[in-house]
Write a new protein. Sequence first.
Lengths: 383, 117
Amino acid sequence: MTEVAVIGASMTQFGERDAWIRGLLAEAGRACLDDAGVNSDEVEHLYVANMASGEFEGRTGIQNALVSDLAATPAYTQRVDQTSASGGAGIYAAWQSVASGAADLTLLVGGEKMTHRTTGESTDVIATLTHPVEYKHGVTLPSFAGLAARLYLDRYNAPRESLAEVAVKNHANGALNPHAQFQREIDVETALDSPMVADPLRLYDFCPVTDGAAALLFCPVDRARAYADRFAVVSGVAGATDTHVVHERADPTTMGAVVDSGEAAFEMAGRDPADVDVAELHDMFTILEFLQLEGLGFAAPGEAWRMATEGRTALDGDLPVNPSGGLKSKGHPLGATGVAQAYELYVQLVGDAGERSVGADVGLACNVGGFGNCVTTTVMEAG
Amino acid sequence: MEAYRYADGTITYPGHPVGPDGSEPVATIDLREYIAEVLTWTTASVSPPGVREPNHLAIVEFDVDGTPVRAIGQLTTGDVAIGDEVRPVYCDQLRDPSAGIREADSQEWDGYRFKPV
């Protein structure tokens, strides 16, 4: 297979935006092409990662609209929906298109427009991914998080403050990210005193509702130097699934799809957790940072909370996690998130991360859909 | 509250066309005849359209003659703890089917809440 490089990347301002999905995607796509110095008519494949533009905005076929908006016709295009892991699935699709030799220049743009809906409406759009026995009881993704967090804290005797430490860390990182939705620090007391949302989780344990888009441009590694002096290489990428019905899993505090996709991505890259210098994890809820650290092999079961309380996942720790601010602070426009995770790895690997640079050569991104229903893990390295 | 037993002996709620190992269902089990234990619970303070607020939820585990069977559902009260015993009680409408985004006719809306024993 052809080795695949990322030669350009972009992300829009995340937050509450006036633009609708079509405008957000075009903004990110144009910025990415500009970043790489590539003309739109050179793009052969264009993938759009998006979960629910039909449900949120009543707009379908956004991939076809984007091809025209970027003047990229007659490029092949396809929308990739893998719920909130759509961005990661888009990376897998874009990687496949180049690795297989089907395309030499592939653009991936992920985005979502959400903030025009109320929080309840947005939560319900996302909750439509659940099984009927879950949906009719009003089970939402935040309530899954509350259920998992209570069991984790009880089983491992982990302090409630450890979850607050995740929020504090990611807000501190987000304060250094000009694209982040929240660019302000918080303290543990603020997190612990915030309103209860899904007991024992409070407001600051949850990511916000967000508008935004991000993009990546892929080509074969042997052509990357023709476009860029600095680039990143996708050395491992893999996806996996777990049961649709969440309570049927053997252990509610283990996400099997994280474990499986992580192992496969590490194997493909010829790497292991000790090789990773920086990780972008899917902290839609603070508890998910612990579950992914353990599922990916960065910590033993029941031990990830110690990494938060000991500062090991901070920017100056031995494994910086979510230097971008994560979903928690940067925001979570569903289809954009996996792409934006890789954007952060890209800027870290090519040395464009500014104040939040951690000096990384190997990065990992884990993009989770549903409550672990589907996961894509990507390993990227400096080119 | 019907669970399926599959040819390999596993039991799931809800039932599926095939079990975890791909085997077909061979029997049904009425979980109303069993007591379950609360594995974990939460109270959601903010609910989506058509859902009661606050919404007390639990994952519970039944012991069906030595075989564990889990289920998720609403609790009748938020006054519970991990390890409490509960039993299913019928509710003719768990959620207003006209308020959410899912097509009302695409699924059933009655079911069972869990009440502490």
